[in-house]
Design a protein around this ligand. Sequence first.
Ligand code: NCW
Length: 464
Amino acid sequence: MTTVGSTTTARTASQAFPAGFVWGAATAAYQIEGAAHEDGRGPSIWDTFARRPGAVAGGDTGDVACDHYHRWREDIALMASLGLGAYRFSVSWPRVQPDGSGPVNPRGLDFYDRLVDGLLEAGITPYVTLYHWDLPQALEDAGGWTVRDTAYRFAEYAGVVHDRLADRADTWTTINEPWVASFLGYGAGVHAPGRTSADDAFRAAHHLMLAHGLAARRLREAGAERISLTLNLAPVLCPADAPGEADLAAVELVDSLLNRQFLDAALRGSYPDAVLERARRLGHVRDGDLAVIAQPIDSLGINYYNPTYVRAAPGAPENPAFPGSAGVAFPSVDLPTTAMGWPIAPDGLTELLLRLHRDHPGVPLVVTENGAAFDDVPGPDGRVADPARIGYLEGHLRAAHAALAAGVDLRGYLVWSLLDNFEWAEGYGKRFGIVYVDYADQRRLPKDSARWYAGVIARNGLEA
Ligand code: NCW
């Protein structure tokens, strides 16, 4: 029999996160830096794609973005005021190597040098991501991720950045969301470089994973001890009351393409059948590649936003983001959604973490992105009330906590995003930040969610 008093105590205790749990926030270079033509930076595929008529909402580009390239000091002060323990940012490859290979641009590297020093001075651990989608245009002109050479160029670049920062930064992520970079960039064509070939999407996915493996090996040889890969993962669910065989086949196909193509490759050195079939036809996967890809990693980064829902629907056209998905529908479900139209389903995070713990035991996990876009508007007093985002974050932190309580080795949680920023094909219209950015004057206004998150960090957990 539980008394009310002890229930309260238990609930209070149960909301605490483990000692040493890492709380942070994430951004990406092209989405926040701006300064697209400064200090020797070369063009990336996103500079090119954003100029393609109709590619990005409102014709927005990352030319100025949040002007973080010039305002990084202010942004670090903001992070410190929130009590962030870690800041995950990405390095712009074309800032460091304007042509993607060959000469290094010292002024580009200097920027990240200053940023890392500033973070350390503020007591914030830098989490460095080496690729968050801004491929140097010169490499795309030579075939981009559809050609094998790009993977070798990436490993060289990774070595250059690591050699410069490794004395102060020890947490390294090779690639962010290879599924998005390959299937939305080369298959569906809704992200840079805007190509629309299923075969190219599979080639790109493999070469991104090869790039991960080659870079991980290069960093390990240089002494790195905290190497990671970040995947966008999602439980694939069928909302039917009684799923039939065709529904289950749809689940398996989409799970293979979205999750297992990357998870199995990195953590088991294998590809699921749907990927192997394509590889046999295209011949781009060479003997030994999967062993390179499956380098030991020290943690897996998970970007979780929502589950993916599928069901069999004879006659449904192929979704170009999922080649081979003719006859599969991606139904909307009866759940509240964010401004992106993405359903809000925190339980999916618990389910995902439990699955990873079960299928890949021994791999520490970090939520490297989770968050939501809403249509935030500052009030006359400059306050941005965003209760829906607080609700989203709180729900997902409770979901993460449930996984921890079930024994999952989850080491940290990084909110996406620190700042409102350039939301890729959606432009500046979609605001994911816990800090509002007024693009007219670049003022930063911490939203209510930022203050709420600072409280979570301060007490290392949620209020009961
Ligand atoms: S677009 C995307 N995001 C957002 C982005 O700002 C960030 O850079 C990414 O790491 C927020 O987090 C990631 N992810 C792509 C999800 C695409 C879902 C489309 C599904 C099509 C079926």
